[in-house]
Design a protein around this ligand. Structure first.
Ligand code: HEM
Length: 500
């Protein structure tokens, strides 16, 4: 190679490095601390690959930069701000929501046909489209609707207990993580679409197999997500989708169900509600908002959002109750008393069970299934109590894990103390230090449904069996992919309670 070529290469490299340095000076120039930055990549390596327990990285950062109340990051060149000051979070997520109603934006022109469905999901759309869609979908989760789903959830929970006890008779301990996943899949399929996914009865049924493959986040898939962030156009050009082929299975299932409903089979469930909303004359914009693809997208979203999160909550809570047998017995006593009062486990009893609610909230504090949430800034915004103005396009994240484990908000933060959430103690809680379902107008749409489902499953399980830690499974091994926290596999000893 001639000297001129070398000079040219070195000049380009130096200019590229200077450009990277300039882009990565965004936070420093605004007085916001950051961790050391890798040229071009920003902090992507640290947050995705380097941290052994990525969810704990939030705590390390908070401890390091505590006084600053926030820390800046770069996803390649994209500025992201992690904020743990609960007063500022209150403004971002609630008071000044009009600046932060969006989640991160994707360039629709760059995505593969398979991903178009995903881009129409409520959790992904933004602006006026999100607002109309949220208004259309919210009625699916009113108290009345949730109550009407109660018996369907009970049916599935009975099978859950039966299968767990049956497996316990054949094995020294049972893989509850798998069983809970099959339970939440059956429940959401039944409650939302009237589909029998048969996951509990037949582990090898197509539905659970596809679901498992869909949620498997292989290194290749993770790498694809990251590459999509850098060169989205390349994906379209090469006709590569960021979603696995199993997506098509769920889309097909929903398409067939929608077609059957349109042919006249109604059931009063979520899908009917969406179809009604679409056809409603008092809401002319619904027809436009709920085009066919959007209808399918919302249905597939329910399967995705409802499956793993709730299964993890059950997984984590059974582990904690197996570990803390005194709390387990206290909870069983509460549930048994409600059964005696009401004659059976009914909706009212489940809603009244204060310790049951407290145990689940404490589980969600210790092990939040979503370890962070984020918002996308749409209008320049000066953070209250600071001199910092963030620009449209910047992303703000709330570190749920770090907030839930912060000793300033939670005395003895690593201990399982359900009583923190009993009604008489609730006034001690800073609600922005406990947000497992997110916060503000864009929080989890189905929070009350998810809690009802988990309560029914846990209550029935405790009535039917005693939970004990299995030898070698005394500690919970955690894993997180794409911001979702899960156990690596929970094995529990199930000792059936024989009725006297
Ligand atoms: C324990 C179970 C669950 C947990 C911990 C959970 C947690 C969350 C979190 C943290 C968010 C983001 C909220 C925010 O950004 O402020 C969210 C959003 C959402 N969740 Fe859940 N979720 C659970 C169960 C469910 C279930 C069962 C469904 C549906 C059947 C569901 C549907 C949704 C939807 C549609 C959104 C997007 C809302 C929007 O963008 O307007 N979730 N969830």
């Amino acid at each position: 190679m001639g000297v001129e070529v070398w000079v040219l290469l070195v000049t380009v490299a130096v200019l590229a490095l200077l450009y990277s340095k300039w882009r990565h000076s965004y936070w420093a120039s605004r007085g916001v601390p950051t961790l050391p930055v890798t040229p071009f990549l920003g902090h992507i390596l640290k947050s995705v690959f380097a941290a052994r327990e990525p969810w704990k990285l939030q705590e390390e950062i908070r401890n390091k930069f505590d006084d600053a109340r926030m820390c800046g990051f770069y996803e390649f060149f994209k500025p992201t701000l992690l904020v743990w000051d609960t007063e500022i979070l209150k403004h971002i997520f609630v008071k000044d929501f009009d600046h932060f109603a969006d989640r991160r934006h994707f360039d629709m022109k760059t995505v593969h046909e398979r991903d178009l469905v995903m881009m129409e999901m409520l959790s992904v759309v933004n602006g006026a489209q999100w607002k109309s869609l949220r208004a259309i979908m919210s009625p699916a989760f009113t108290s009345g609707k949730i109550k009407s789903m109660f018996h369907l959830v009970c049916d599935k929970a009975d099978i859950l207990v039966k299968i767990s006890v049956k497996q316990a008779a054949q094995n020294p301990h049972v893989n509850m993580k798998k069983i809970f996943g099959r339970f939440t899949m059956d429940t959401i399929a039944s409650c939302a679409f009237g589909i029998e996914s048969n996951s509990l009865m037949d582990e090898n049924a197509e539905f659970p197999r596809k679901a498992q493959a869909f949620f498997e986040m292989s290194t290749l898939r993770l790498a694809k997500f990251i590459a999509f962030g850098v060169v989205p156009r390349l994906f379209k050009a090469l006709r590569v989708s960021i979603n696995p082929p199993e997506t098509d299975f769920f889309v097909d299932v929903v398409k067939h169900t929608v077609a059957a409903r349109e042919a006249g089979k109604t059931r009063g469930d979520f899908l009917d509600l969406l179809l009604e909303a679409r056809d409603s004359s008092d809401n002319p914009s619904s027809k436009h908002v709920l085009r066919q693809r959007s209808l399918i997208a919302q249905s597939v979203l329910f399967i995705i959002a409802g499956y793993e999160t709730t299964a993890s909550l059950l997984d984590f809570s059974s582990f904690l109750l197996a570990k803390h047998k005194n709390q387990q017995q206290r909870l069983r006593d509460e549930v048994q008393q409600l059964v005696e009062e009401h004659g059976r486990l009914n909706y009212q009893g489940i809603m009244e069970a204060k310790l049951l609610e407290a145990c689940l909230q404490e589980t969600l504090r210790l092990y939040p299934p979503a370890v962070f949430i984020e918002r996308y800034c749409t209008k320049a915004y000066k953070l209250p109590g600071t001199d910092l103005t963030i620009r449209p396009g910047d992303i703000v994240q709330a570190p749920i894990w770090a907030l839930h484990h912060d000793p300033r908000h939670w005395p003895d933060p690593e201990a399982f103390i359900p009583d923190r959430f009993l009604p008489e103690n609730k006034s001690n809680i800073n609600s922005f230090a406990h947000m497992p379902f997110g916060m503000g107008p864009r929080n989890c749409l189905a929070m009350r449904f998810a809690l009802m489902e988990a309560k029914v499953a846990l209550a029935k399980l405790l009535l039917g069996a005693e939970l004990e830690l299995a030898p070698g499974h005394e500690e919970m091994a955690l894993d997180s992919q794409g911001g979702l926290l899960r156990s690596k596999g929970l094995n529990i000893k199930i000792k059936p309670i024989v009725a006297e």
